[in-house]
Design a protein around this ligand. Structure first.
Ligand code: ARG
Length: 587
């Protein structure tokens, strides 16, 4: 469906031409004086220069022509030549009706779908998920859903960190604790046990213990580095142990992401890229891109226009081992080979921006990607506590994602039970659904690149710009619709022109859904969807408070209101689905 602003623009263009002026001057914007009109055109100002006359003369010729159009109720000229447009109520009602009949709710899917890989989540195997990974999962999931909603082919890849020092640390620690295990016996040729020598609980204790030791004990650290290297060279026993770590850890990760309503298409990992490294390095050497620098192999990526220092991208350390950048480059090789995407988008902590600048430049310079493929980095800010410092537990430790979710759910449960509208059995389930909205909306309603304060009290509130408030609005509509149906009503019929100001404003905002979704996706900005639905919810609630819907005597009017309510519900539910959460039936 055409955007409402574009429809207005078309008519304004026609009016300019009818009045003898060029259509290109007919720029239309949302009014900055909503008390006077809904849309405005300031084109007479620009046209005045071309036609060498006062803007007001132009506006006064265009306005009567525009007034003739069916979409307009009232067109007036204000100040030096602003054209103020009030939309016709019939036009608005017809737009609503058309939206009702449209399964896409007016959103225009892209004409030429692109293939986009989103690299998000990025948890590290065997380390517990912490809040730092929360943002990547929440934002990435939302952008993936937005892309799909808009018709692109989006592939979400979790890109597990499974190949770094943490693996060597775990192997070393398991070795210290259980030297008798066959994994450490190099002469062992039999089959390794199929059961892992640890549970997820133990694994999560092993890693921090090993990490702490390595910081204090040089010998221990050297052992861990050596184990990492041996693993990367494919030592049989270590590979078997690595497999156990992977299985135990991935099962746990999947369970956690499920709770967050986050779903990956690919569970690729850093180690999957390793086979591509040797050829890639060879090519970079052969073509003269890579050079040696103090024993290491590097690619220069600085450019003349740089305003800050961009250090070379390091491919191999002096001992020949690969690094984070090497893996990311090799992952690009694999992604190009398997998916040939139009874009690869990384949703990662903004502190990694330099790394990605280096990787993108190196990839382009060496031809791993061509101009056809776009690389983008969406760097997000830190989630802070109320004290403005990175979010911690009450004891000051790193907050685990699971505990954070539990805290929110408990808080939500309390509020829902206070509300008493849900029977106890359902209350827990409802608390989970609403709790997720609190976490996700609390995150997504901020511009991703900014730091934000994670405030449980505020996020779980049923009032204000929060997830629970949006859900509360949806549930309110659902309950009206249910009562209407119970009384024998059917949601079908004609949407009438708005009966009052609040209803008109609600329709106007509803009509802007396509614009909101399309712009949010173009800018990869979920916070714009949040802002849109917050405003829509406010308008719905004002309308609701001022209108006795179910007791309305005029049947056509009642049906029309119900139709509008149902449309708003669909828009809200569609939007929150894109944000990655859902509404309960009651709350
Ligand atoms: N595992 C990394 C971390 O925890 C994030 C990975 C991001 N993705 C990537 N392709 N480098 O910081």
């Amino acid at each position: 469906m055409k955007r409402i602003i574009d429809r207005i623009k078309e008519e304004t263009e026609a009016a300019f031409e009818e009045a003898g002026f060029d259509a290109s001057f007919a720029l239309v914007t949302v009014s900055n004086r909503p008390d006077l009109c809904e849309y405005q055109c300031n084109g007479a100002m620009a046209a005045a220069k071309t036609y060498k006359t006062a803007p007001r003369n132009i506006a006064e010729k265009v306005a009567p022509a525009l007034q003739e159009k069916a979409i307009c109720k009232e067109v007036s000229v204000a100040g030096p030549g602003f054209i103020n447009i009030k939309l016709s109520d019939e036009f608005l009602a017809a737009y609503m009706q058309e939206m009702c009949a449209d399964p896409e709710l007016s959103v225009n899917k892209t004409v030429s779908p692109k293939t986009i890989i989103i690299d998000y989540g990025g948890p590290n195997v065997a380390k517990p998920l912490h809040v730092g990974h929360l943002r990547s999962a929440i934002i990435g999931e939302s952008i993936k859903r937005m892309g799909r909603r808009m018709g692109d082919t989006v592939i979400g890849d979790v890109h597990l960190g499974d190949w770094g020092l943490q693996m060597g640390l775990i192997i070393t620690e398991v070795h210290e604790r259980h030297p008798e295990l066959p994994y450490f016996d190099e002469s062992f040729e039999g089959e390794y046990p199929s059961e892992a020598p640890f549970t997820i609980g133990e694994l999560e204790e092993i890693y921090p213990a090993a990490s702490a030791k390595s910081k204090e004990d040089e010998v221990y650290k050297a052992k861990a580095l050596h184990a990492t290297n041996e693993l990367q060279r494919g030592r049989r026993g270590y590979m078997a142990l690595w497999n156990h770590i992977m299985n135990v850890s991935v099962t746990d990760l999947k369970r956690n992401y499920k709770k967050l309503n986050v779903e990956f298409d690919l569970w690729k990992k850093e180690s999957d890229a390793q086979p591509y490294i040797p050829d890639m390095i060879q090519m970079m050497k052969d073509k003269g891109f890579a050079r040696e620098d103090q024993g290491a192999l590097v690619i220069d990526v600085k450019e003349e226009t740089d305003t800050k220092e961009i250090p070379p991208c390091i491919l191999l350390k002096s001992d020949g081992s690969s690094l984070y950048a090497t893996t990311d480059l090799a992952t690009i090789v694999e992604r190009m080979k398997l998916y040939d995407p139009d874009e690869i988008l990384y949703v990662v902590d903004k502190r990694q921006e330099m790394h990605f600048t280096q990787v993108f430049r190196a990839a382009r310079k060496t031809g791993l990607i061509t101009d056809k493929t776009k690389t983008s980095f969406l760097g997000f800010g830190t989630m802070n506590g109320k004290d403005g410092k990175p979010f911690k537990t009450r004891e000051g430790g790193i907050m685990r994602l699971e505990n954070l979710i539990e805290d929110i759910d408990r808080e939500m449960y309390k509020k829902i039970v206070e509300n008493r509208s849900v029977k106890d059995k359902d209350a827990e389930k409802t608390a989970e659904i609403v709790g997720l909205s609190a976490i996700k909306y609390g995150d997504l309603s901020n511009q991703a690149s900014k730091d934000y304060i994670f405030d449980i009290d505020r996020f779980t509130s049923f009032e204000g710009n929060t997830g629970p408030y949006i859900l509360y609005t949806i549930v309110r509509i659902k309950s009206i619709l249910t009562r209407y149906k119970e009384e024998g009503g059917v949601i079908e019929g004609k949407i009438l022109p708005p009966a009052g100001e609040a209803e008109k404003n609600l329709m106007l905002q509803t009509a802007r859904y396509n614009e909101a979704m399309e712009n949010a996706y173009a800018e990869k900005a979920p916070h714009k969807i949040c802002a849109y639905i917050y405003e829509l919810s406010n308008l719905l609630n004002s309308f609701y408070h001022g209108t006795k819907i179910l007791s309305e005597k005029d049947e056509d009017r009642r049906t029309s209101w119900i139709m509008l309510l149902d449309l708003v519900r669909r828009v809200l539910e569609d939007a929150i689905d894109v944000l990655g959460f859902e509404a309960p039936e009651r709350m």
